[in-house]
Design a protein. Structure first.
Length: 203
């Protein structure tokens, strides 16, 4: 963390958590994820505290270093994306809309992932382990979403989940270098192309 973000001397982590403490931590992770998507993983801790409605000391008690926080947010987002319920469309969603919704959250997740290597600094092995876990857990979810959408006749059936995942990742890279770049809009064009191809083959 920056000098301004230095945690208090007695900040600690690793103690058993009560249910209310776990809820508070989840609130912090949701807030940190939202701030990271908007401003990157180097965003000031005070911004995260404001988003979560807590004091900075509360964040440091849970996450003594920025690397701790970034890894925790990464895992929090990964768990949400890998949850089995994410592949079940809501009552007012088609399978294609469920795919689009998941991809939008996946794009936000990639913003955190892009900052993960920098947060871990020299821990290349740790980063590679987390990357492998991310691919292993999310590929089957995306595969299921694609198959459901194709089975409903809403998207083409020849799209490999790995190709789409890689394509989305490449479309997100520009966010780091071009402030006006809107990855979500470009990703929407990609997904719209899948749907148009499907409708076009139908007649």
């Amino acid at each position: 963390m920056t000098t301004a973000d230095t945690p208090p001397p007695h900040a600690s982590a690793g103690r058993p958590q009560r249910s209310d403490a776990r809820r508070n931590q989840q609130t912090l992770l949701d807030a940190a994820a939202a701030v990271f998507v908007r401003a990157g993983v180097e965003a000031p801790v005070r911004d995260i505290a404001t988003e979560a409605g807590v004091g900075m000391g509360t964040i440091y008690r849970h996450f003594p270093t920025r690397a701790d926080l970034v890894v925790a947010v990464f895992r929090h987002q990964l768990d949400a994306l890998a949850n089995a319920t994410t592949t079940t469309p809501a009552a007012d969603e088609t399978p294609y809309e469920a795919l689009r919704s998941w991809v939008a959250r996946f794009a936000d997740f990639l913003v955190t992932k892009h900052g993960l290597a920098e947060a871990l600094h020299s821990d290349q092995a740790g980063f590679e382990s987390l990357h492998a876990e991310f691919v292993e857990r999310l590929m089957p979810v995306l595969d299921q979403l694609l198959k459901a959408s194709a089975a409903a006749g809403e998207t083409r059936a020849d799209v490999r989940p790995y190709d789409l995942m890689l394509g989305i990742g490449n479309l997100c890279i520009g966010v780091e270098n071009y402030p006006d770049y809107q990855a979500r809009r470009v990703i929407d064009l990609l997904l719209a192309g899948l749907a148009q191809a499907a409708s076009g083959t139908g007649g």
